[in-house]
Design a protein around this ligand. Structure first.
Ligand code: PLP
Length: 401
């Protein structure tokens, strides 16, 4: 049997007619960037997540960078984040010229440890950036309490966690802003790159919208006014109405941002897929529960299924194995794709070598990296396939049929 780690073909085949119809409307419209397709997606996502503002953008990495800039993170500032995540979490901080300060994780859910965050807070700390790793919510109440104590904003990296819940609220709506990725293999995946920022804060929303489009136009002017408390006369003129074809703010730039717009075809595809997201997440949960039931008793650490107040969206199903590489290779030889997230913790990546984190400086993250094996958990995985995977894992540990 051949079981890929993730299979995008199966999901697309099931809803291809619907997606193609919706994307065709965009193709015929001539409006390929933003416009009504993006607005529809933003509205639907805001309702789904119960959040005031959804700002779509080019990808999750940009979402993180823009959200951090919007809450005032600047060159030389420190941002505390987890040592165990995809590289982009820390990269977004470094792109601003800020310093990612890595904190160790909980060994039970691989999320950032709140006591470790406290130890890392300094006068230079300008934000805390927890990640809901593998779709499992981080300890947001404790993190928010700490953040309030020190007056530091929390930006959630919810790139792997769309649809997950923390005490009944969706992840990505629990801090000052939430950042999401629509990379194709995410629980809500586009047909290319995409991302979004969520926030209930009008000011942060304005800055994010301005930063993703060169700080230009009316939104740029509004962001400038809120940031610098300085009136922009052409904005007042624009808001007063006047000539419908002449926008006095057009080609005027008020902040240095960049280009991170979502294209309309991605927005159309995501609007269709959003309708199925809860169903996909339920299927992922069923698969996760079945793995945990069937893998019990093996020398593996399997995920905790009973986290009170937390509902994972099972972006990944991850076990800890002392013979990680051997197990991944063995599964590969059986035709099973297994993931290796992540082989190196962020503080030990060569890209951050200048920060001088020694080996064993963040022991939990380092230990987890040595042991994680990610099993296939996409919604279309069949029962037979899962049985085969479990059977081969049992064989790996010496059990015969
Ligand atoms: C935790 C995390 N943060 C950030 C990102 C970056 O998202 P993107 O690939 O859309 O830039 C990803 C996605 O791969 C991710 O998993």
């Amino acid at each position: 049997m051949n079981i890929p780690f993730f299979d995008l073909h199966r999901q697309y085949a099931e809803i291809s007619d619907e997606i193609e119809e919706k994307v065709n409307v965009v193709m015929r419209s001539g409006q390929y960037i933003e416009g009504s397709a993006t607005q529809e997606l933003e509205q639907n996502l805001a309702e789904y997540l119960t959040v005031k503002h959804v700002i779509t953008c080019g990808n999750g990495t940009d979402a993180l960078r823009i959200a951090l800039q919007a809450v005032g993170v600047n060159y030389g500032d420190e941002v505390i984040t987890t040592a165990f995540s995809f590289f982009a979490t820390a990269e977004a901080i470094a792109q601003i010229g800020a310093i990612p300060v890595f904190a160790d994780i909980n060994p039970w859910d691989f999320n950032i440890n709140v006591r470790e965050i406290r130890k890392k807070i300094t006068e230079k700390t300008r934000a805390i950036l927890p990640v809901h790793i593998f779709g499992e919510p981080a300890d947001m109440q404790e993190i928010n309490e700490l953040a309030v104590e020190y007056g530091i904003p929390v930006i959630e990296d919810a790139c792997q966690a769309i649809g997950a819940e923390y005490h009944g609220k969706k992840t990505g709506t629990l801090g000052k802003a939430g950042c999401f990725s629509f990379y194709p293999t995410k629980n809500l995946g586009a047909l290319g790159d995409g991302g979004m920022i969520t926030t209930d804060d009008d000011f942060v929303a304005d800055i994010c919208r301005a930063l993703k489009t060169h700080g230009a136009g009316r939104i740029g002017a509004r962001a400038f006014e809120s940031l610098y408390h300085e009136e922009v006369p052409e904005l007042e003129e624009a808001m007063a109405g006047g000539d419908a074809l002449y926008d006095p703010c057009k080609y005027y730039n008020y902040l240095v941002g960049g280009n991170s717009r979502m294209d309309s075809m991605q927005a159309a595809a995501l609007t269709v897929k959003l309708k199925y997201l809860d169903m996909y997440n339920r299927k992922r949960t069923d698969i996760a529960m079945r793995y945990s039931e069937k893998l019990r008793g093996l020398p593996l650490r399997i995920p905790n299924m009973e986290n009170v107040g937390k509902k994972s969206c099972w972006h990944q199903y991850v076990v800890l194995c002392d013979r990680k590489e051997e197990m991944i290779r063995y599964l590969g030889s059986c035709g099973i794709g297994a993931g290796n997230f992540y082989p190196v913790p962020l503080h030990r990546q060569r890209a951050f070598r200048m920060q001088g984190y020694e080996e064993c400086s963040l022991p939990m993250a380092e230990n987890v990296c040595r042991k994680t094996v990610c099993l296939p958990v996409f919604p279309e995985l069949t029962g037979d396939e899962q049985d085969y995977i479990v059977d081969r894992i049992r064989r790996f540990f010496g059990e015969t049929e």
